[in-house]
Ligand binder design. Structure first.
Ligand SMILES: Cc1cc2nc3c(=O)[nH]c(=O)nc-3n(C[C@H](O)[C@H](O)[C@H](O)COP(=O)(O)OP(=O)(O)OC[C@H]3O[C@@H](n4cnc5c(N)ncnc54)[C@H](O)[C@@H]3O)c2cc1C
Length: 370
């Protein structure tokens, strides 16, 4: 079956883009392998949003976790730091409100491009499309460990129930950015001690941009629980071994640490391990994109979501990557010859006015003055 535009993934990125396309009256199909916002339902126990929800929408300071200008998770959920399950409720409410045509349970297995047309293989048969937008996110693609013994670890996104940990043991955590600290704080809340191995020293990073420094929410929670959390800064783990009953973590500088429980690997995610890997050029784990967030090697394949990066501007939070939805939609409208359509122009103007449209990236180079 042929479709004009297929979006893959109904998380905040796919849903946020769909709302823009709907406002522009551009037709699209949205495939979701599971259910709307399903990755949020899988967040580990105790995990909450770091970026606070607070409705300033009508003063042009939209709720940081909103996917469109007219909604606010804080109003719907009545909480500042939603859990994953709460945020999934918000996404489902948004889908209902905007009557978005999400097709749940469609798993895309592969995307190919022949001549000017995309071919998608799915569990519901084959589709062709003129445009494809990858909104498959990162959560489904934990980064492999990349060190000998990584198979002994559990990824932080798959943390077992907190009551399965024994308070007499100390849990090693490899990785000292948000997910490492979040794991340590959630363990501390149930009385379990941990050691964070951080190859940098994220705790002392003072840049204003939350893509580089720990969030204020993490820093304030850490203060409450720091007696149970040991931080080993500038320590890079090179190898993990299990010689019963101990796990040995060897550092690059030759030191060895011994634990009774296997490590948690808090090294993040990478879409490089997803089905778009051959359709983009890569710089490490970052897909290369044009100024309109299109693949540099596959025309008409666009990217929305946390992997969007332009030079040093990282769009890894919802309040950042939502500012690119209207840019992608506007580019697709131009390719369809509809850039002068009044609904397209109105939507772009609305998104610009509501601070949901970021094209000039020089604004992101500033630091807060104090
Ligand atoms: C513990 C944790 C805390 C976080 N806290 C914050 C925070 O405080 N603030 C913030 O802004 N961000 C936070 N994030 C990051 C945020 O959750 C992500 O940036 C966001 O979910 C990305 O949205 P997305 O739509 O790109 O991806 P996802 O939410 O992962 O959605 C992608 C969707 O695509 C579907 N999909 C994938 N592959 C296929 C396929 N082959 N076929 C069909 N469907 C497919 C998936 O099922 C999924 O529903 C956090 C993340 C985690 C894990």
């Amino acid at each position: 079956m042929h479709k004009k535009l297929i979006i893959i993934g109904a998380g905040p990125a796919g849903i946020g883009l769909s709302i823009v396309l709907k406002k522009m009256r551009l037709g699209f199909t949205l495939f979701e392998k599971d259910t709307v916002g399903s990755t949020f339902d899988q967040w580990p126990e105790g995990t909450q949003f770091l970026s606070p929800s607070f409705a300033g929408n009508f003063f042009k300071a939209p709720d940081l976790n909103a996917v469109c200008p007219d909604t606010a998770p804080s109003v719907l959920l009545r909480t500042e730091h939603p859990t994953g399950a709460e945020y999934a409720q918000y996404l489902r409410a948004v889908v209902r409100h905007y009557k978005l045509p999400v097709e749940e349970g469609i798993v895309v297995y592969s995307i190919e491009k022949k001549d000017a047309v995309f071919g998608l293989k799915t569990n519901q048969g084959d589709f062709t499309a003129d445009f494809v937008v990858w909104a498959g996110g990162e959560f489904s693609f934990p980064k492999p460990g990349g060190i000998p013994g990584a198979e002994l670890t559990t990824h932080s996104s798959q943390l077992p129930a907190l009551d399965s940990f024994d308070a007499s043991q100390v849990v090693p955590i490899v990785g000292g950015y948000e997910s490492g600290y979040d794991t340590a704080i959630n363990l501390a809340k149930v009385g379990v001690r941990s050691v964070i191995f951080d190859r940098h020293h994220h705790l002392t990073e003072t840049r204003s941009d939350s893509s580089f420094a720990l969030s204020p929410y993490t820093l304030s929670r850490l203060k409450k629980h720091q007696t149970l959390i040991t931080i080993k800064p500038y320590v890079s783990i090179a190898q993990i071994e299990h010689k019963a009953p101990y796990y040995f973590l060897q550092t690059e500088s030759g030191e060895t640490f011994q634990f009774e429980v296997p490590p948690i690997l808090a090294n993040g995610f990478s879409a490089k391990h997803s089905l778009i890997k051959d359709l983009f050029e890569w710089e490490g784990n970052t897909p290369k994109i044009t100024s309109d967030d299109e693949s540099t090697i596959t025309p008409n394949l666009f990217l929305v979501g946390p992997q969007v990066k332009h030079v040093n501007v990282v769009f890894c939070f919802i309040y950042k990557f939502r500012q690119r939805f209207a840019i992608v939609a506007e580019t697709i409208a131009q390719r369809l010859g509809q850039e002068d359509d009044r609904f397209v122009a109105q939507t772009v103007a609305e998104y610009e006015d509501r601070n949901f449209y970021l094209k000039d990236l020089t604004c992101c180079e500033h630091e807060c003055v104090c």
